[in-house]
Design a protein around this ligand. Structure first.
Ligand SMILES: [Zn+2]
Length: 304
């Protein structure tokens, strides 16, 4: 049984009125305009010459990025960002340095069992940076989940837990369970929240199981629809766990630096599909809380 024919024009008129106020799909909210915290940024050695410090800081500033998780292969790029105190302050960008596990590309494939990488991480942590101590480890990759049980992977997870360092891990959902088994209290940031497309139900189950697990959202398949707006299932998940998601650029190749401002604009578009407080948390507040950033950082600086 359908509605009586006479009611239909009334229903259509009501839907049109709601659409005009952006309350139903078809009419979209404006993109998010507040501060961004880029929690997945690399300033790798091949980026340094084509994108000098002033250039990358300009890209961040024009994008409204007020803080970054900085890491690089090797760690020199991070050190360059963390040493440029005057330039980063002028750009209004707070640097949160992470120790990368990679001295070169070969390290991607064997770090989890390479004792010399464990030693290098300890040395970097001891040295710190001009912008303050390292706040995390990573990004690291595990192309096979079983390698999460490698001796150095286990030691680094336990080190992170003991020193309250965050861990940025590009891994599959099975490896999340294995890594968390080593260090159940570790603050693990799941890079891309499953780049292989772990089902949303599985992501939800992991967020419930590990209260400190956070999800970074670059490259996440299914996050947005063909128009760059948030998919229904991801919007539902974010409303269920508003404090658990982060945004990132993942400038892993130079092409990502070319499109840095477009990437941040894409994030602003789908963030605009969320209630303002949820959008601001995912864009900025969740990461600011994770790293104890003073909220003054965001009010001290102005958008260019
Ligand atoms: Zn990355």
């Amino acid at each position: 049984m359908g509605a009586p024919h006479t009611l239909r024009p009334v229903v259509f008129a009501a839907v049109a009125a709601l659409a005009a106020f952006g309350l139903v799909s078809g009419a979209r909210a404006e993109p998010y305009t507040g501060p961004l915290f880029d929690t997945h940024l690399h300033y790798n050695e091949e980026a340094v010459r084509p994108y000098p410090l002033a250039d990358v800081l300009g890209r961040m500033q024009r994008s409204g990025v007020r803080a970054i998780v900085a890491n690089s292969r090797p760690n020199d790029g991070t050190r360059a960002l963390a040493s440029a105190l005057e330039a980063t302050r002028a750009a209004g960008v707070t640097i949160v340095p992470f120790v990368r596990l990679y001295r070169n590309r070969a390290d991607y494939n064997g770090w989890f069992k390479d004792e010399s990488i464990h030693t290098m991480v300890l040395q970097q942590l001891a040295a710190g940076t001009p912008a303050g101590p390292f706040r995390g480890i990573g990004e690291f990759h595990l192309y096979e989940s079983a390698n999460a049980n490698g001796p150095v992977a286990r030691k680094l997870m336990q080190l992170a837990q003991a020193k309250d360092l965050a861990v940025l891990a590009h891994v599959d959902d099975d490896a999340i369970d294995l890594l968390m088994a080593h260090a159940p209290e570790a603050r693990l940031i799941w890079a891309h929240t499953g780049i292989g497309g772990a089902p949303v139900a599985r992501v939800r189950a992991l967020l419930l199981k590990y209260p400190k697990l956070m999800g970074e959202l670059s490259y996440r398949p299914g996050l947005t629809d063909g128009n760059g707006h948030l998919s229904t299932e991801w919007k539902t998940l974010m409303l269920e766990f508003p404090g658990r998601f982060l945004i990132g650029s993942d400038t892993w190749v130079n092409a990502r630096w070319d499109s840095y401002e477009a990437l941040m604009a894409q994030a602003r578009l789908w963030l605009g599909d969320l209630p303002p407080a949820v959008a601001k948390g995912i864009a900025w507040g969740n990461a600011a809380a994770l790293f104890g950033l003073d909220d003054a950082v965001e009010v001290k600086t102005k958008r260019p």
